[in-house]
Write a protein that binds this ligand. Structure first.
Ligand SMILES: [Zn+2]
Ligand SMILES: [Zn+2]
Length: 341
């Protein structure tokens, strides 16, 4: 099979690999959609020498159909032709973290992660433990399943951390794939969403995804604008997806007393003065991707609310276009890309 690898310093190559064979407890999934994720760019931009994962196939948002089943996998769990999403981490399988659906936090073995130490989904096939496959609801496309596996699922995880968003004002900083998904999900849950970005096309998409108000951060002071929109009090809730330090600070500054902020974007540094912050009784949360259980719940919610998750993808690429696809994605001016092998 062919697979996309990163060679460092923004190098991308399509290389040949042996077709995977499933071992005991494993399945091989034929990829029908493999999402591009903002976190790919950390590896893509890394210097060649420092990139230890350069030779594994990239892509950690795979979705497809079971192509081959290894020994010992019960037919109820996986059979050829099943449409599946993939929870893209696996651990020991038996520790408390793994058993509660958080194999990425496994404390017994180093978690296995496509793109880091296992081959990922930007290929024709991927081999994974059968336990890490999750049925894709019949009404959802493979693209939707790919999005729920990471970008949209990460938004879901952050919103679950915030708790009840219904009837509350939520500022979503960044309208990339995760932020756009957060806007869509929170609006469907009944939140009044204020969507913030610096790219007009992304703000237009946020409007389509039912944001109550969109704010162009290049056009004025976001913190002031949120105060005006909330009668001077501030927002009850904020989600930060950009990973940019000054933006992360705004996520705290927009909050009303008793407000909660959830940090999802990677790379920002957040500092706060405890005296000022505790007098506002703020809650500061982080959220890292999602559990297997949350992936199932997120998919059910997308189905029951008919959310247009596919529309988070603005571009579809073939594996042959991988170089151009990542050059485009590196600009971060649009939505999300997906490979359809
Ligand atoms: Zn991701
Ligand atoms: Zn474990």
């Amino acid at each position: 099979m062919r697979g996309v690898v990163f060679t460092g310093d923004r190098g991308v190559e399509l290389r040949s690999f042996p077709d995977p064979e499933p071992g005991p407890g494993e399945v091989v999934v034929r990829i029908r959609a493999s999402g591009m994720c903002g976190s790919d760019l950390h590896t893509y931009r890394a210097p060649a020498a420092a990139e230890s994962g350069a030779l594994v196939v990239q892509g950690h948002e795979p979705c497809g159909e079971i192509h081959a089943v290894g020994p010992g996998v019960p037919v109820e769990m996986a059979k050829i032709g099943d449409r599946v999403m993939i929870h893209h981490y696996w651990g020991c399988g038996t520790c408390p973290d793994c058993r509660t659906g958080w194999p990425q936090m496994c404390s017994v073995i180093e978690p296995r992660v496509p793109t880091l130490n296992e081959h990922g989904g930007h290929a024709e096939f991927i081999k994974v433990p059968a336990l890490q496959t999750i049925p894709l609801p019949p009404s959802l496309s493979f693209k939707a399943g790919a999005a729920i596996g990471c970008g949209t699922g990460t938004a879901w995880g952050g919103i679950e951390r915030l708790g009840n968003v219904s009837g509350r004002t939520l500022v979503v900083f960044g309208q990339g794939p995760v932020g756009a998904s957060a806007t869509m999900i929170a609006a469907a849950l009944g939140a009044r969403v204020i969507a913030v970005d610096v790219v007009r096309r992304r703000l237009d998409a946020a409007e389509k995804f039912d944001a109550d108000t969109v704010l162009d951060a290049t056009a004025g002071d976001v913190v002031e604008a949120v105060r005006e929109l909330t009668g001077g009090r501030g927002a009850e809730l904020a989600i930060e997806t950009s990973g940019v330090t000054p933006v992360a600070k705004q996520a705290l500054d927009v909050l009303a007393p008793w407000g909660k902020a959830c940090f999802i974007g990677i790379g920002a540094y957040v500092s706060f003065n405890t005296k000022e912050t505790l007098r506002r009784q703020l809650t500061i949360l982080t959220s890292w991707t999602l559990s297997t259980v949350q992936q199932i719940r997120c998919a059910e919610f997308v189905v029951s609310h008919g959310l247009p998750v596919d529309e988070v993808f603005s571009h579809t690429w073939s594996l042959d276009d991988a170089v151009a696809a990542y050059e485009w994605f590196d600009q971060q001016r649009d939505g999300k890309g997906v490979f359809v092998p």
